[in-house]
Design a protein around this ligand. Structure first.
Ligand code: KIV
Length: 263
């Protein structure tokens, strides 16, 4: 069994090896993923993949706590990150109240909040009060409605400078690592170089300190939409549909169950 990562061992990977982060939302998949992942993220993306919603905005604290507990049950030896849902960290007090709920009601190792310089005061307040924080900068899925879509960041020199400011502010506030999403690869590489904590990319190229993917995307289970940055390591949807089709046919033909599966 792999040794569970800690904040310190995660930080020591910087400039040594890339971190592997993957999402999970339940015990079954968490258990399957844990031997290969350094960190498991219970992302609010579960609102889309599991909840069928068109974005992450309606995810709730209750959902995140339920799924985080399920993941922690399945992957007892994993470093687990719990995403804070939209609206649960609008100010320092709300952020602390809701993060304390995560720490008291689940064994999660840290929370993740979206935002850069603008959220640094909140990250600092959480860290000062014993909550470990993973930042999230660049394309922020919780801003999809206010921004009118998912917009790749780092295209203008102003955006490039802002991303570096964001990363530095998140680090200075006390976050031990951060996710960078949907950023031009060259810019993400500069951002990773500009801080001493690991910067884990999703749609941010290879020159960062690790990668994160949504498990249902990389297993080819989510068919609605495939972003450019997703590589499908399995044709999961086809495999599942073929297997269920075969089961249905065998039930129809009374070819299942045979003697082997009968008491
Ligand atoms: O919710 C999520 O799955 C995430 C990843 C996209 C990083 O935040």
């Amino acid at each position: 069994m792999n040794k569970k990562m800690t904040i310190s061992s995660i930080q020591k990977t910087k400039n040594v090896r890339p971190l592997v982060m993957i999402t999970a939302y339940d015990a079954l998949f968490a258990k399957l993923l844990e031997s290969s992942a350094d960190m498991i993220l219970v992302g609010d993306s579960l609102n889309m993949t599991f909840g069928g919603k068109s974005d992450t905005l309606s995810a709730t604290m209750e959902q995140m706590i339920y799924h985080t507990n399920a993941v922690c049950m399945g992957a007892k030896n994993s470093f687990v990150v719990c995403d804070m849902p939209f609206g649960t960290y609008i100010n320092k007090d709300e952020a602390l109240k809701n993060s304390i709920k995560v720490f008291q009601q689940t064994p999660a190792d840290c929370v993740k909040i979206e935002g850069g310089e603008d959220k640094a005061h909140i990250i600092k307040y959480l860290c000062d009060n014993g909550i470990a924080v993973c930042g999230h900068i660049g394309l922020l899925p919780q801003s999809v409605r206010s921004e009118g879509g998912y917009k790749v960041k780092g295209k203008t020199s102003q955006e490039q400078l802002q991303l570096i400011e964001d990363a530095r502010a998140v680090e200075e506030a006390g976050a031990f690592c951060m996710v960078i999403e949907g950023v031009k690869a060259k810019v993400a590489a500069e951002v990773a170089k500009s801080v001493d904590i690991p910067v884990i990319g999703i749609g941010a190229g290879v020159e960062v300190d690790g990668q994160v993917l949504v498990f249902s995307d990389m297993l080819g289970l989510y068919e609605e939409f495939t972003p450019k940055f997703v590589k499908k390591y399995l044709n999961g949807a086809t495999l599942v549909k073929d297997a269920v089709k075969k089961y249905a046919q065998e039930v129809d033909l009374k070819a299942f169950p045979t003697e082997e599966h009968t008491y």
